[in-house]
Ligand binder design. Structure first.
Ligand code: ATP
Length: 836
């Protein structure tokens, strides 16, 4: 568990490049030699068995031998010819006599246990129990039990036969204790056990004396995570409480069945891969307009989950194992973050409304035929002949795919978009020329009767329930009636636009619902920003489960612009902190980091902890951009640029996708964009970089663009009362003491005054030390000061400000560490002298 400090440093600073010294250099050769291992291990096992036999025999037959042995040496016993009763003869009797009578009493039986475990390890390379830890425990308990037995023997005045029980050590200790404090020795013996338990099991907190009337769901005020770990039930025995308390927080907890088993909900942690490929479409025989069309209506066949299995957690990162807490791993198994709230129940599917099936898209054969004829005719009017046409009926639109005759230019068809729309007398015609990867031209025509895609119907598909995405989000139904599930973690940020009343709020609710159905509160935190103050308020019931906010916030849903700015900046700090943790752990992303933490390969005492995903949702960006402009733009852009690897994902929505809201800076950092119907082609271009969103038909009809692919989807529908029920279901369960605390951020008003306030006369007592640290490392970073000097973030932040005021480090430079203005320690010492 404890590693030499210099080795840790090497790992941290030099990353994985430096080859490790080979094992054999340190390892005594006999241990590396398998034959010697087998021989020695075998000997240990034999000894263990022999000692057990000798000890047991001594306990049964020892009385007779005892009197002989206490008076004579081995040699004299042999010479005298007296026969020993011990099953293992003189040697057995002598050894048992020493270990039991002279030393530990009956507790000496611990010795063969250690020998046996060591033998097993050497011979079979099998650790029944963690060897080092068990040895320590056995040695302690042997001594302690001997002392306890000694006390009892003394107290009951049964010194004769009782000496076998307590051994010489227990007896002598108690004689000494008795001479010191009389019968009070038991207190010392009890206290010794108490101290051992504290250090051995790392107990920092005793089971609290719970007030009997406290309601389970009453909010608790403490911000300490430890506070969450109060024993939930009184029926657990005290020792179990002792042992469980701390471990649950620091990654060394005792495993308890995860909540998944308590619920009928789908496994929240499976793992697969996206599937966005449209299903096969049935070609419809058709040519230059004369042959009759036969259409096959596409069915909603849920897609088989991808066969690509997830990487087993243990294999995700096979880096250095020097920090593995083997003992904790053996004792407690993998760390389970869901133990924070072990009884948490995932929301059930019954909370979502079931809509009647007859709401499926109804497109009659006549409608199809008529549309086809009109398309063909219109094109012919403009001199465009086609070779074939096929149709696929989607929930909102029907896609007609045509193959134009040889020599027809695609741009010509595209330019006829409005004319075709006019002749089909329908809104929302979208022409896709050419269809990517199909070699055809697509014409999407809205259905007269569209299908409402109910949230419940998509949530029950295998595609979603078996999704192994990190942050699965049901985006909707494609034109070929497939359920489209995307991974927010891979997007990694989503920009959403849509004119008012076109389904944006429903879209956000769908996104949040998907995440809540799939993630345990320990794995996901949401920051909800709602300047309109109405849309996301329903979610405030999730405060103590899923919401994250600034420490001093009173409102779980952020509505005030100033708070938004502070929250964004705080999130930037969280991002920097997380990067430091990842760097320290030599992990490239959050998934690797958490996998490593779960395997107990990261030491919580060095600040490592399980990191939940953080999803920031901003319902109306336009509002914020108008009131705070650059103040929101910059942190958003910074987060969008850098936060992907450390599990912070942004979802930003706006009604007005104009360039002064979705600025170049923001847009460039949001590769995934989603547009509901917008009012103009310009808006569509701003959000999607192409037209088309202005021709959508509203009510959740949308275009989703990611990785330069654009798909038309029908967003599922989830009503506000369904959201209310889900939030009520989650919110009424036992949650954390408070919402997840983001790092403190002082706020802008203090920003300028702070500079003036920095009074170098009143420097922090750690100022000189921090200055030396920064100059030695040539790295002006708050987290360096924080880690090395073991300070809180705020104090480290103040120190760095003072260092800046003293001219030791340069100004704040965003994500980069500050420049160190003093190059060598001598110059620094002179400066410090002058300051003093
Ligand atoms: N996916 C959907 N399926 C069916 N109907 C929908 C869908 N999305 C939205 N609607 C309908 O459109 C109405 C308006 O949707 P929503 O409230 O999401 O619009 P909005 O874009 O958020 O508007 P605003 O910006 O004014 O809040 C809903 O009340 C609902 O009737």
């Amino acid at each position: 568990m404890t590693q030499p400090i210099n080795r840790q440093n090497t790992v941290r600073n030099e990353r994985p490049k430096a080859p490790k010294p080979t094992v054999s250099m340190k390892w005594p050769t006999w241990q590396a030699d398998r034959k010697s291992q087998l021989a020695f291990g075998g000997l240990l096992i034999l000894l263990a068995i022999g000692l057990t036999v000798a000890f047991c025999s001594y306990l049964i037959t020892g009385e007779a031998d005892q009197s002989v042995l206490s008076k004579m040496t081995i040699a004299s016993v042999r010479e005298s010819g007296i026969e020993m009763r011990n099953y293992l003869g003189i040697l057995g009797a002598v050894i048992a006599h020493i270990f039991i009578f002279r030393w530990f009493g009956i507790a000496a039986l611990g010795i063969p246990v250690i020998l046996f475990l060591s033998g097993l390890k050497l011979v079979f390379n099998f650790e029944l129990l963690p060897l080092g830890r068990t040895t320590k425990a056995v040695l302690f308990y042997m001594t302690w039990l001997s002392a306890l037995a000694g006390y009892i023997v003394l107290a009951t005045d049964s010194i004769g036969q009782g000496s076998v029980w307590c051994g010489g050590i227990g007896y002598e200790v108690n004689v000494w204790l008795f001479s010191l404090i009389g019968w009070g020795g038991i207190a010392i013996i009890g206290f010794a056990l108490f101290v051992f338990l504290i250090f051995f099991y790392g107990i920092t907190k005793l089971p609290s004396i719970t007030l009997p009337q406290r309601p389970v769901s009453a909010p608790r005020q403490s911000n300490e995570r430890e506070e969450e770990e109060e024993p939930e039930e009184d029926d657990e025995d005290d020792v179990a409480d002792f042992i469980d308390v701390k471990p649950k927080n620091n990654g060394f907890s005792k495993p308890v069945p995860p909540p998944v088993s308590e619920t009928s909900e789908p496994d929240p942690e499976p793992e697969v891969k996206p599937e966005t490929k449209p299903a096969d479409r049935t070609p419809v025989a058709a040519t230059s307009g004369k042959k009759p069309l036969t259409f096959t209506i596409a069915d909603t066949t849920p897609i088989e989950p991808s066969s690509e299995p997830s990487q087993p957690v243990a294999d995700v990162y096979a880096g250095p194992t020097d920090e593995v807490d083997e003992d904790a791993l053996k004792l407690h198994g993998l760390y389970d973050p869901t133990l924070d709230l072990p009884r948490y129940q995932f929301p059930t599917i019954e909370l979502l409304t079931e809509y009647p099936e007859n709401k499926k898209a109804q497109v009659s054969a006549e409608e199809l035929e008529a549309n086809k004829d009109r398309i063909v005719e219109t094109l012919q009017n403009y001199g465009i002949t086609i070779d074939s046409i096929k149709a696929t009926i989607g929930p909102t639109v029907t896609l007609y795919e045509i193959i134009p005759a040889a020599g027809v230019r695609i741009s010509k068809i595209k330019s006829l978009e409005d004319d075709i729309a006019l002749s089909l007398a329908a809104l929302g015609i979208r022409i896709i020329a050419p269809m990517p990867g199909q070699g055809t031209i697509g014409i999407e025509v809205p259905n007269k009767n569209r299908e409402m895609v109910a949230m419940r119907s998509v949530m029950t598909t295998e595609k979603f329930t078996k999704s192994t995405f990190e942050l699965p989000v049901v985006m909707g139904k494609t034109i070929s009636n497939e359920i489209y599930v995307a991974d927010l973690a891979k997007m990694p940020h989503l920009l959403m636009a849509g004119a008012t009343g076109q389904g944006k709020s429903v879209g956000l609710n769908v996104l949040l619902t998907s995440l809540i159905y799939k993630k345990h509160p320990s794995q996901l935190k949401l920051i909800l920003v709602d300047p309109k103050k109405v849309e996301l308020t329903l979610f405030n019931k999730l405060e103590r489960h899923f919401l994250a906010q600034l420490p001093d916030s009173d409102e779980p849903i952020i509505t005030d612009t100033k708070k938004v700015v502070n929250t964004l900046n705080s999130l930037c700090i969280e991002m920097d902190n997380r990067y430091n943790l990842l760097k320290d752990a030599q992990c490239r992303n959050l998934k690797e980091y958490n996998a490593k933490f779960i395997q107990r390969r990261l030491n919580p005492e060095k600040g490592h902890k399980f990191l939940p995903y953080i999803v920031l949702v901003i319902d109306e960006l336009a509002d914020l951009m108008m009131t705070a402009g650059k103040e929101v733009e910059q942190p958003i852009a910074r987060l969008a640029q850098l936060a992907r690897a450390i599990g912070i994902h942004l979802v930003v929505a706006t009604q007005r996708p104009s360039v002064n809201v979705i600025t170049g800076l923001i847009k460039a950092n949001f590769p995934a964009r989603l547009s509901f119907k917008v009012t103009s082609k310009i808006d569509s271009r701003t959000i999607l970089d192409t037209g088309g969103a202005e021709q959508l038909v509203g009510m959740g009809d949308m275009l989703f663009s990611s990785n330069s692919d654009i798909v038309r989807l029908q967003c599922p529908f989830v009503d506000t009362n369904e959201i209310e029920d889900i939030c009520e279901f989650v919110g009424s369960q036992r949650g954390y003491d408070s919402s997840y605390n983001l790092p403190e951020f002082a706020g802008d008003e203090s920003g300028s005054s702070e500079e003036k306030e920095i009074d170098l006369e009143n420097r922090d007592p750690m100022f000189d030390e921090a200055a030396r640290l920064v100059v030695n490392h040539q790295q002006g970073s708050t987290s360096l000061i924080q880690r090395r000097l073991k300070l809180g973030y705020n104090r480290a932040g103040r120190l760095i400000d003072q260092l800046e005021a003293a001219g030791i480090v340069g100004a704040f430079e965003g994500s980069k560490a500050r420049e160190v203005l003093i190059q060598d320690i001598n110059t620094l010492e002179e400066l410090l002298k002058s300051l003093n």
